[in-house]
Design a protein around this ligand. Structure first.
Ligand SMILES: CC(C)(COP(=O)(O)OP(=O)(O)OC[C@H]1O[C@@H](n2cnc3c(N)ncnc32)[C@H](O)[C@@H]1OP(=O)(O)O)[C@@H](O)C(=O)NCCC(=O)NCCS
Length: 197
């Protein structure tokens, strides 16, 4: 299967992600385009969306999965990212290195299990490596079992477990992967990437 992927510019991509997030029951607090713009505008980022035939009209391609990430620096000024950088202290070396944070992503329910997330992940890895990043970091929660299983299949390693004081389902996991030419050679998906304005 050839995966159709679009790489979006910041303005249009933020709107597309806001729209796509509406399809996810798992996301309690859905990201707004404004929030996405604010996070991504000051740092190098990548907005990817996978397209697939609509279920009722297969001649129409619709957005079915997404993945958004950005660089993570040692000296961040946004409070959430300052907090993240602090939590990663001792696990990830940010100073003097290019580290990419895989921020948000998912596949719409009806299109799950068809390799869309693997394709987006491999594309993100390829892009990040090409752009000089050495490591990808991702965060999830204990309660996101499908995401945990997927990250396991995608060979992310656990960096840190942060126990929630009273609800273990809310405990956080930080995972990572080192980028290398060998890793890219292990990629399994065929992808066609279109740059969208
Ligand atoms: C997790 C999620 C992104 C997977 O998307 P997907 O497009 O179905 O994933 P893929 O089909 O690309 O699968 C990638 C790999 O993960 C595995 N996988 C996917 N879902 C799985 C599940 N529920 N249980 C076990 N393995 C799973 C696949 O078998 C595949 O492995 P393989 O390539 O080695 O065969 C999707 O289920 C989702 O969006 N869930 C909600 C998002 C979410 O929980 N977000 C939490 C915030 S972090």
């Amino acid at each position: 299967m050839l995966h159709a992927i679009r790489q979006y510019s910041l303005e249009r991509g933020s709107l597309e992600i806001e729209y796509l997030e509406q399809y996810f029951d798992e996301f309690q607090e859905k990201k707004t385009a404004r929030e996405i713009l604010q996070r991504l505008s000051a740092r190098q980022h990548l907005i990817l969306i996978a397209l697939a035939p609509a279920l009722d009209e297969p001649e129409h391609m619709v957005p079915v999965a997404f993945k958004v990430g950005h660089e993570l620096r040692a000296l961040e000024d946004e409070p959430q990212l300052m907090d993240l950088a602090q939590r990663l202290e001792g696990c990830v070396q940010l100073a003097g290195r290019r580290v990419f944070y895989s921020w948000i992503g998912g596949t719409r329910q009806e299109w799950r299990g068809r390799g869309h997330y693997r394709a987006l992940t491999e594309q993100q890895e390829e892009w990040a490596h090409r752009n000089g990043f050495e490591e990808i970091v991702v965060k999830t929660k204990n309660k996101f079992h499908a995401m945990r299983a997927t990250l396991d299949h995608l060979q992310f390693n656990v960096l840190k477990f942060e126990r929630h004081p009273y609800d273990n389902a809310e405990s956080k996991l930080y995972l990572h992967k080192l980028l290398s030419p060998e890793l890219l050679r292990e990629h399994r998906t065929a992808r066609h990437v279109q740059i969208a304005a």
